[in-house]
Write a protein of this length. Structure first.
Length: 195
């Protein structure tokens, strides 16, 4: 009987710790223009690893690398996969392509649009894609009603390394159509409204 009571107390303590986890997540220091608005709190920080993808396209000055979108996997602090990040049509905006995050367990999905960017050298490493603040532009439950991402309001992209378009490979008309998948890592910080 004692072991059952001990197991119950342990299970309640673990559940209580998990429920309290969002309040324990500390937001990273960011440039002032990337701070999430008041009234929002961090509920998840995940490390993204993948590529920033580019295609060589005609431009006003000849040809230039044009951003195609990201392709990354997000991991929790124990290296468990929590999300996939990519570009996809947002049904809430007439299928406008947006940055997308889909939860790996319940497939709930959010789309977001960048509302602020920073390349401040006090924060952003040399040769790294800028840090971003993104605002949610659409959400979707998973097919079985999954809702882990549904309350997301803002996302920060911070601690970036790599991902910048190549300096070469897109200089002449014959390069049009060439693609570059540039490795990058970053932390994604997910916010939701308090309360």
């Amino acid at each position: 009987m004692l072991w059952k009571t001990t197991a119950l107390i342990l299970a309640l303590a673990i559940a209580s710790a998990r429920a309290a986890a969002p309040a324990d997540v500390t937001p990273p220091a960011v440039p002032a223009n990337l701070e999430a608005p008041a009234g929002h709190q961090v509920f998840l920080i995940a490390q993204g690893e993948g590529t920033q993808n580019y295609i060589c396209m005609p431009s006003a000055t000849g040809v230039a690398w044009t951003f195609l979108g990201p392709q990354a996997t997000l991991f929790d602090s124990e290296r468990g996969q929590v999300m996939t990040h990519y570009l996809s049509p947002n049904p809430a905006e007439n299928n406008t392509p947006r940055a997308t995050w889909q939860h790996s367990h319940d497939t709930s999905t959010v789309w977001a649009v960048a509302i602020a960017s920073s390349s401040d050298p006090n924060f952003v490493a040399p040769n790294a894609v800028p840090w971003l603040l993104l605002q949610i532009a659409g959400t979707q439950h998973g097919p079985a009603g999954g809702d882990r991402m549904m309350r997301t309001t803002f996302i920060q992209r911070v601690n970036t390394a790599g991902g910048v378009a190549p300096a070469a490979g897109c200089g002449v008309a014959t390069d049009v159509g060439r693609r570059a998948l540039v490795p990058y890592t970053t932390d994604y910080v997910f916010y939701r409204s308090k309360g």
